[in-house]
Design a protein around this ligand. Structure first.
Ligand SMILES: [Zn+2]
Length: 425
């Protein structure tokens, strides 16, 4: 096998600061846009960030049309609804105000309205065909209202494929927003559980991209066009992931204790973007791959503070509950990196032995889960040992991410990781 010798660093432009939402009209005008689809979810439809966005677009003469039917944890059906709206509206630009669900929905609407195709055409294999996006999309500006997904910097859109009860996605550089407008004023009033879950998602993005298989251990692509967006850990993404881990470790508990702590809230929002730049290029691995079937199995669990229209295990929660078992497993592949990650989370590692790396990192994560009032393992969200075979079957097709694990995991390994995640402390 010929190994990869190159890596790339792609990201959206970023504008950060309190009140910068008011500059979205100016930015869209610079991009030459005349008619914009403003994408959000029903809970935010009457919120201030959406009102400000519509007003500033209209103030510069842009025709702004609101679509407020995003489903939190979107599905192929909810993507299709947004796509229909986009096709009928003949928009030449998109603005999204919201969390990862809204951002991913806007990316899909932009893609299929610009290059119409059968829905599965661009979806990741093996569920879809994984057809490359033919060219550039219409300009999309993302205005995140949670400090979590980092979706404003990535070319990935995740959804539930209802027929198979599986999460999958569309991943291509062309989906990346032209700009992320990151305004700490927009995250002032989030429920604590939303802050905690999205903050832990940020942590996992950073830990997974820092520990991902190094890019030089991946097979080289046959053509530059086929180099994946998720390339494995590399010297540039390491910088972003490192800093994001420190920022979450220092600020997540602070912002939960005092939502008025502006410095901590700003730091969490920046951390989400930093981790997004890191994982948008390096990729994530087992905790994300294993989280998709966990979310797909939501039966009656409804997290406090989330809109309870349908049972849902929040993305960040389903990711972080398997992270301790995963890092105990992957530490053997690169103990130094796992010790380094534990140190970034505040653990004293100067005397630590290589064989303790996994336990030290897992311990640091569990301590943070307890401080952020997370459920104690998968059992606490209604997933039991009897579900493990189904969970393993749902993880195996997530090649795009699982193959970036620094230590290869077969079906038996995954089974063991799920079983170890049932109860964490
Ligand atoms: Zn995530």
């Amino acid at each position: 096998m010929i190994f990869e010798t190159a890596f790339t660093m792609d990201t959206s432009s970023i504008k950060f600061g309190p009140g910068v939402t008011r500059e979205v009209g100016h930015e869209m005008q610079q991009l030459g846009v005349k008619r914009v689809m403003v994408v959000t979810d029903p809970n935010l439809a009457n919120s201030e960030p959406v009102a400000v966005t519509l007003a500033t677009l209209r103030a510069v003469g842009i025709d702004a049309v609101l679509f407020d039917q995003v489903r939190v944890e979107p599905s192929d059906a909810s993507f299709q609804e947004a796509i229909r709206f986009a096709v009928q509206g003949r928009f030449d630009g998109y603005v999204v105000v919201g969390g990862g669900s809204s951002m991913d929905t806007a990316k899909a609407a932009n893609l299929y309205a610009t290059y119409p195709a059968e829905f599965l055409a661009y979806v990741n294999p093996p569920i879809g065909e994984g057809r490359p996006v033919p060219g550039s999309l219409k300009p999309l500006i993302a205005i995140p209202t949670t400090a979590g997904t980092g979706s404003e910097t990535t070319g990935v859109a995740i959804f539930d494929f209802l027929e198979m009860h599986a999460k999958t996605g569309i991943a291509h550089r062309a989906l990346r927003p032209a700009m992320g407008i990151i305004d700490p004023d927009n995250t002032r009033t989030l429920p604590k559980m939303v802050v905690a879950c999205s903050g832990l998602d940020v942590l996992s993005h950073a830990l997974e991209s820092l520990t991902a298989l190094p890019y030089g251990q991946r097979p080289a692509p046959e053509h530059p066009r086929l180099r994946p967006a998720y390339q494995g850990s590399n010297p540039i993404s390491d910088i972003w992931s490192t800093r994001a881990i420190e920022m979450v470790a220092q600020n997540l508990v602070r912002v939960l204790e005092d939502p008025e702590d502006d410095a901590a809230r700003s730091a969490m929002l920046l951390a989400a973007t930093f981790a997004g730049v890191g994982f948008g290029n390096a990729g994530v691995h087992l905790p994300h791959g294993m989280s998709y079937p966990v979310s797909g199995l939501a039966r009656d669990y409804v997290a406090e503070g989330y809109p309870a229209h349908h049972p849902m295990i929040p993305h960040g929660m389903s990711v972080i509950l398997t992270a301790p078992a995963v890092f105990r497993f992957t530490a053997a592949a690169n103990p130094e990196r796992h010790l380094y990650a534990a140190r970034l989370m505040g653990v004293e590692v100067s005397e630590a032995r290589a064989e303790d790396a996994g336990d030290l990192l897992a311990g640091a994560i569990i301590a943070l889960l307890r401080k952020t009032a997370m459920p104690n393992g998968l059992k606490a969200v209604g997933v039991g040992p009897e579900d493990v075979d189904q969970l393993v079957a749902g993880t195996l097709p997530q090649h795009r991410v699982t193959k970036l694990s620094p230590r290869a995991a077969n079906a038996d390994d995954l089974k063991q990781l799920f079983l170890e995640s049932m109860t964490l402390w």
